[in-house]
Design a binder for this molecule. Structure first.
Ligand code: SF4
Length: 750
């Protein structure tokens, strides 16, 4: 492969760095940031240069807007970093520093031992939407190509896998069909299962600005069991019972049918499966839907009227829909409504998933889930496997024919002693996975747990044997894709600390040391990108016309962006020709009955706990706990309890409440509020065991999930509630010894 030059590189140590533009490394809105170096530090070794951050006005996705997380990201770059590989043989030993040679020797020994004793299925990696696309690509090539193990999964499994499966089932391929400009063109925005104000704040502010201007001409409907800053802006808030989203969508379909508010021409020409869906919808009467969802019939009718009379309906969803036993079915239920009413593939209209992680979209493009291959290909498809094997330079059959283990299956495999290596990279599953005690015990049983991390002391490090210091965003070059399919080159503009290395470099070096020299002979992230992008030719996510250089020179671009496409000519929306990438060219209408919660409330656990996020904190707080402004804004996790439940369980505002599920219990300060519906509790998911105020909400959640997407139902578990009675402390009587005071002779004052 000819060398591919990086268009940018960090300034050498000691030199004054220049300004940089990049995508924000937090949420999937993918705002543009402009970073400028502050005054040089007197001793750059002791204290690295500071950076000021502001929104990048030239970034088309965010136009200069930024939220508190993006604005403070520079404060998180240097503290608490992991700077050297560390190793311990047993988990009860302290880590000791080692060098990279020793680290690779440990990895190679365990990989070879596992391959010999258990085969490729004994190796697994759990990666991250914090990866740059180049990291994803090389990790996939290493596991699925070189090692023959499809057990490469990522934390997008917890975030977006239901959206991936739902788009593929209904439309024939993954890929959000909409773009952010659609927010400015719709007259009805339905926000379902998304607290956009806190989780995608810059997009929400864009919507709010338009709402203030247009008033009733733009209608906002929010579906969420909890009142949030998002629902405060809504014309209609449907506080449905947790687990009834699909019931609501079918009920809406029923009313659209009744009102004749369907697009017969679109259905006939561009879809299949309408007869079965029509039969299913007919059974979902307003009475049934109202009783199950816990909303009134007039509220449901109001939603149907709004949908029927709107010229452009945009639906936004996020984890409230995806993290569910029926996540894929609910995504299908939402896409059904758009297809049947012709509200898709035109300006202002369509089903639009908002991605959680900054580069979960890039991960999907690079095949970063256990059932995927790069370019939106599927492992189960023999032709796709053959194409990728050829491109990667491996022999036919190198890629195993069965999809690999999704993350919860990896946990179960560790429990059964079937994994010899669990490699976690750029994520913190010991806070973010459900049923944390079980995950902890499973990981403790695995012979080698490797953690590639930028930060020291995360909860996952407690179960790791080998720590590998990773360069993070700003210290390595690569591409991220945001929720509207827009790619931004994130340059390396700072030196990584100590011995930290880019994830893709760590994986490529290991590949070469395992004997796959030509396959991993990358000399730059730009070269990795070139190889990856060539694999997308002719695919829905064709981005083969993009290079690091083009992105550096012309700024962020949307895909599809095939070879020959000029800057700015990437497609804003998919399927404008109404042809869908299915065998028939028609979109599929999905007729599925709702299943409800996997763990419904019962006599012993009569409440439903749902978890979510605060505006300022990011996931497991590895970064944001370091920012004083954010800590002041969200100093502690609060357990939200409806006043009726507070009375019933003997709790008052500010008291300590204990929430208990079948898997454990956690305590938090109670906030009594009517913003959560009776029978439902809310906890933030951010606080892990290593935080001073440990409140591991995900300890309580169960592992059951959507059978299609394998996304766990992290949004709902059956729990009970009780006050924490602090035991009175009995003080032992203390016998004071008599003190004999020495006589003091006072001198007369002069
Ligand atoms: S909205 Fe998301 S991408 Fe934008 S600045 Fe905030 S965290 Fe970053």
């Amino acid at each position: 492969m000819p060398p591919v030059a990086e268009p940018s590189a960090p300034s050498p140590p000691g030199a004054r760095p220049g300004p940089a533009r990049a995508q924000c490394p937090y949420c999937g809105v993918g705002c543009g940031l402009e970073l400028k170096p502050g005054e040089p530090a007197p001793d750059p070794e002791a204290s690295p240069a500071s950076w000021t951050v502001r929104g990048d006005r030239q970034h088309p996705s965010s136009l200069g807007q930024v939220c508190i997380k993006g604005a403070t990201v520079a404060e998180t770059l240097d503290q608490n970093r992991l700077v050297q590989p560390q190793w311990r043989e047993r988990l009860d030993q302290p880590f000791r520093p080692i060098d990279w040679e020793q680290a690779y020797a440990i990895l190679i020994h365990q990989i070879q031992h596992t391959l010999a004793s258990q085969g490729p299925s004994g190796l697994a990696m759990y990666g991250s939407g914090q990866f740059l696309t180049e990291d994803y690509y090389v990790a996939n090539k290493l596991f699925k190509g070189a090692l023959g193990s499809n057990n490469f999964d990522a934390n997008s499994r917890l975030c977006m896998s239901s959206a991936v499966a739902g788009y593929a089932r209904s439309l024939g391929s993954d890929g959000p069909p909409c773009c952010y400009d659609d927010l400015d063109l719709s007259d009805l925005v339905l926000l379902i299962g998304t607290n956009t104000a806190d989780c995608h704040p810059v997009l929400f502010q864009r919507l709010l600005k338009r709402k203030r201007k247009l008033k009733a001409a733009l209608q906002i409907v929010v579906v969420d069991p909890r009142a949030t800053t998002t629902s405060d802006a809504a014309d209609l808030h449907l506080a449905i019972r947790p687990g009834t989203d699909l019931v609501l969508l079918h009920g809406l379909g029923h009313l659209l049918l009744l009102q004749g508010a369907i697009d017969r021409a679109f259905i006939d020409q561009h879809t299949e499966g309408f007869a079965a869906l029509e039969t299913l919808w007919q059974a979902w009467t307003p009475e049934r839907v109202s009783a199950l969802c816990g909303i009134s019939i007039p509220q449901l009718e109001q939603l149907a009227q709004l949908w029927a009379r709107s010229s452009a309906v945009l639906s936004l969803w996020s984890m409230g829909v995806n993290q569910s036993r029926e996540g894929t079915a609910t995504v299908g239920g939402l896409i059904n409504l758009h297809l049947v009413s012709g509200q898709i593939a035109r300006p202002g209209a369509g089903p639009f998933s908002l991605t959680g992680q900054p580069n979960a979209m890039g991960g999907r493009e690079a095949g970063g889930l256990a059932q995927l291959l790069p370019g939106y290909r599927a492992i189960a498809n023999p032709a796709h496997r053959a194409e990728v094997e050829r491109h990667w330079g491996f022999a036919p059959g190198a890629i195993a024919s069965q999809p690999g283990l999704a993350v919860w299956q990896q946990v179960e495999a560790m429990e059964r002693g079937e994994l010899g290596l669990w490699w976690v990279a750029a994520t913190n599953p010991l806070v973010s996975l459900p049923w944390l005690d079980r995950v902890r015990a499973a990981a403790q049983a695995c012979p080698l747990v490797v953690l590639s991390e930028a930060y020291a002391g995360t909860e996952t490090a407690a179960v790791a044997h080998l720590l590998l210091p990773a360069a993070q965003w700003s210290e390595k070059a690569g591409v991220m894709t945001n929720s509207e399919r827009r790619l931004t080159l994130c340059p390396a503009f700072r030196q990584p600390p100590g011995e930290a290395r880019a994830d893709w470099e760590i994986f490529a070096e290991l590949g070469r040391r395992l004997g796959f020299v030509s396959q991993f002979n990358f000399d730059s992230a730009a070269a990795v990108w070139q190889e990856f992008s060539a694999l997308t030719v002719g695919r829905v996510c064709d981005l083969s016309g993009l290079s690091h250089r083009l992105l550096a020179e012309h700024g962020p671009q949307q895909w599809p962006f095939p070879q020959g496409c000029a800057p700015g000519e990437g497609q804003a929306r998919l399927y404008g020709d109404r042809r869908f990438p299915t065998d028939s060219g028609r979109a599929r209408l999905i007729a599925e009955q709702p299943l409800g919660l996997a763990e419904p409330p019962c006599d012993q656990f009569p409440l439903v706990l749902t978890v979510g996020r605060y505006l300022g904190h990011w996931h497991t707080m590895t970064r944001t706990a370091q920012v004083e402004r954010i800590q002041q804004r969200h100093p502690e996790p609060l357990l939200e309890v409806n006043p009726m439940d507070a009375r019933r369980y003997g709790l008052v505002d500010g008291a300590l409440g204990q929430v208990r599920s079948r898997r454990g219990a956690v305590s938090a300060k109670v906030m009594v509020t009517d913003r959560i519906r009776p029978g439902t509790l809310f906890l933030p998911m951010h606080w892990g065991a290593s935080q001073e105020l440990a409140c591991e909400a995900n300890r309580l959640m169960h592992e059951l999930g959507c059978p299609i997407s394998k996304q766990p139902e992290l949004k709902a578990a059956a729990v009970t509630l009780e006050p924490v009675i602090l035991k009175p402390v009995t003080l032992k009587p203390v016998t004071l010894k008599p003190v004999t005071l020495e006589p003091v002779s006072l001198k007369p004052l002069a």
